[in-house]
Design a protein around this ligand. Sequence first.
Ligand SMILES: Nc1ncnc2c1ncn2[C@@H]1O[C@H](COP(=O)(O)OP(=O)(O)O)[C@@H](O)[C@H]1O
Ligand SMILES: [Mg+2]
Length: 389
Amino acid sequence: MSYQAAGELESIAIKYANEAIRLDSQGSYPQAIMMYQKSIETLMKLINLYPDYKLNQIYTQRAIAYRERIKAIQRARGIGEEAGVEPKDGEGRVETLRANFDDLVLKEKPDVKFDQVIGLSEAKRALEEAIIFPNKRPDLFPLGWPRGILFYGPPGCGKTMLAAATAAEIDAVFLSVDAASIMSKWLGEAEKNVMKLFQQAREIAQQENKAVIIFIDEVDSLFGTRSQEVGGEIRVRNQFLKETDGITEKGKKVPIYILAATNKPWSLDPAFLRRFEKRIFVNLPNEPARKNMFELYTQPLMLDPSVKLEALAKLTEGYTGSDIKDIAQSVQLNVVRELFDSGDALNLGSKPRQITIEDFKNVVKQRRPSVSPEMLKTYIKWSESFKAL
Ligand SMILES: Nc1ncnc2c1ncn2[C@@H]1O[C@H](COP(=O)(O)OP(=O)(O)O)[C@@H](O)[C@H]1O
Ligand SMILES: [Mg+2]
């Protein structure tokens, strides 16, 4: 595999991780280790191929969590530390971030701004009302404000990005764990660690006088009604609900927020859902949003005057933000490949030809939107019953 777009690598990594956790909680440890490793490798590839990818800190954290889990399994089974289980690429980067992970705190602020998230004006409005305004002027909210916020919607539309950007916007400490990491790193000890996570949030909020955002990504793997009940997950979930209640209690003024994200809202346990007073649909980008996305992602590319952003937006009804980024990357790759095939790439200073609208049409023709119309209907239907802005 020589080239794979970021969004694709991301979903592959998530698939491996979920499979690893399934195997892990069934006690199929050697297979689980293999899947964790594949997930780590995919995450490292993503990080190394796209060093300036906005969510890399979050992915690095996950790779570390999976590696920790591999070690924990090996210790428990008396295998010890074997060569070959460590991710080879980007090893240095992992080491330097490791201490941070052990504190569960992403010390560096996520590198993404609120206004870099394109479209989603309804979601942003809801976040302003629930987090940004109360954080700036708590005195204007005598009745308190919602603390539990769920983002749901198709993959690749900006849920993770929006959570990271919200933290950056209010200069909050961002405690980000994906549900897969909770189960993988903490299996067996998960209950205690959930307690520690919230304890730490309270300490930071009180002692450092800073807002804290606890972000649980891919939350359905922890709170899905069909998650396995093997490794004490029920106790973990109950602990989590109890801690959440402690924070979301009306009248509390401690600036701690719990954000969660899922692609599968319908699989969530009602007890979990109840705790999240705001439920925000992060939908596919509409036409103006797609135009803005193309503007952003084609900015570094050399476009022929035939390429009109409006036309690209019209061409991509049903595509996600992540799809649009992938399309821009593929189109560029195609002209670069032509340059290499012609032999000209070896002349320093040679450039690929300008990209035409036909180049875009060809790429779009070859890839279907990653969300099908039926899938979208399912989201909209769920939304009609459960959305809460
Ligand atoms: N609304 C958006 N604005 C800008 N970029 C987006 C948007 N939605 C998706 N993207 C691009 O796709 C990538 C994946 O988005 P992500 O937030 O991980 O989606 P989700 O969490 O909903 O699956 C982002 O890092 C970004 O590059
Ligand atoms: Mg995500």
